[in-house]
Design a protein. Structure first.
Ligand code: NAD
Length: 358
């Protein structure tokens, strides 16, 4: 089978011809119909994360071994099953839960494999879906998906699931106003999920009017382009002032930052009201100085969100089956075009999600 693999950071992905593994006990081979091109694939390709102050966290220091086949938003059909697999048949359309843990750490035991101490996630630490077929280590990571459009469903495994976790965290203080920063693959899912499961008025912030137009279509009540007006600069007309004017200068209750770069995190903190809640999700990276007394005096919460657990994945698929949420798919690529897909995402040319159809 063909697979597009990262051989080295920042070098073009290469097409490999690989043996299709024979599935062992409980394992399943899934024929990939579509795989989402996530910004996290881009970080994996770039070799790591910007920690700020000139520091860089290499993915290879976190356990990634190149060559690796990226792709964790996988939808496909069952091609072959090992002994012991029950409840599935060859040909079933399935979504793959990729956030696999090693199974014995406290997080795994509590059902949060996505927060495992030694993660084995597909498309990061094990080969993923930029391939004609993918080996899923256990059938318990599969969910049948009949009655739902398959390409947009791929995104439920990461952008949908991560946004679902983040919105749940942001909803803990029942926000009247919720700001979503970044109207990309995650942010557009976040808007739809927020409108489906919270009572918040959603304010969406991005650098690009085309993305903000889609954000409005997805349900955002207000949109703000920080490329035009600046993010945290002082004076009237900047994003902070604009957001505060929307909520009668009270400040917003919750912010989800799907970018999480210095300028967006600073904006997020500046617009929070007392008892506000900032959920950091994006991995754009960098670092900021924090005014420490503000945090206790305003009793604000700053928390991270990382993907989501299997139970939330199943809940989210049910929500998608009702037609409430649907990823925007704007571009389709072949495996041979994987480098173009990543390059176009890097240049912010993709609206919603691109998918690769192996
Ligand atoms: P994307 O490229 O599809 O979208 C990013 C969006 O942010 C774009 O619309 C872009 O215009 C906007 N943007 C960029 N810089 C901005 C700025 N300074 N101010 C306002 N808007 C800005 O990316 P995505 O797939 O939605 O992923 C977003 C981030 O979340 C990535 O860093 C990705 O790795 C990360 N991520 C985190 C998790 C997690 O579990 N924490 C899971 C998946 C992805």
């Amino acid at each position: 089978m063909k697979a597009a693999r990262i051989v080295e950071a920042n070098k073009p992905l290469e097409i490999f011809e690989l043996e299709i593994p024979d599935p062992k006990e409980n394992q399943v081979i899934v024929k990939v119909k579509a795989v989402g091109v996530c910004h996290s694939d881009l970080h994996l390709w770039e070799g790591g994360y910007d920690l700020g102050d000139g520091s860089f966290m290499k993915v290879t220091d976190r356990g990634v071994k190149y060559p690796v086949t990226p792709g964790h938003e996988i939808v496909g059909s069952i091609a072959k099953m090992g002994i012991g697999v029950t409840g599935f048949s060859e040909g079933d359309d399935v979504l793959v839960y990729p956030w696999i843990g090693e199974g014995t750490c406290p997080a795994c035991k509590a059902g949060n494999e996505n927060l495992c101490d030694s993660p084995k996630s597909l498309g990061v630490f094990q080969d993923g879906g930029y391939a004609e077929q993918v080996l899923v280590p256990h059938f318990k990571y599969l969910v049948k998906v009949s009655g739902i459009d398959l390409e947009p469903a791929a995104s439920l495994a990461c952008s949908g699931l991560t946004a679902y976790t983040a919105v749940k965290k942001a909803n803990m203080n029942s926000p009247e106003y919720l700001v979503i920063i970044g109207a990309g693959g995650l942010g557009l899912m976040g808007i739809q999920i927020a409108k489906a499961i919270t009572n918040a008025k959603v304010i969406c912030v991005d650098l690009d009017d085309k993305k903000l137009d889609i954000a409005k279509k997805m349900g955002a009540d207000f949109v703000i382009n920080t490329n035009v007006i600046g993010s945290v600069t002082t004076g009237s007309g900047n994003a902070v002032q604009k957001i505060l004017s929307i909520c009668d200068n009270k400040g917003v209750d919750s912010v989800i930052d799907f970018v999480n770069a210095p300028q967006t995190a600073k904006t997020g903190i500046a617009i929070l009201r007392k008892r506000g809640n900032l959920v950091l999700v994006g991995l754009f990276g960098g670092s900021i100085d924090l005014s420490l007394v503000t945090i206790p005096l305003k009793a604000i919460t700053i928390q991270g969100a990382y993907t989501g657990n299997y139970n939330d994945f199943v809940e989210l698929i049910e929500l998608a089956k009702k037609g409430t949420i649907k990823q925007v798919i704007s571009e389709r690529y072949s495996l041979n075009q994987s480098n173009d897909a990543l390059e176009n995402l890097k240049q912010r040319k993709i609206i919603g999600r691109a998918v690769i159809n192996p």
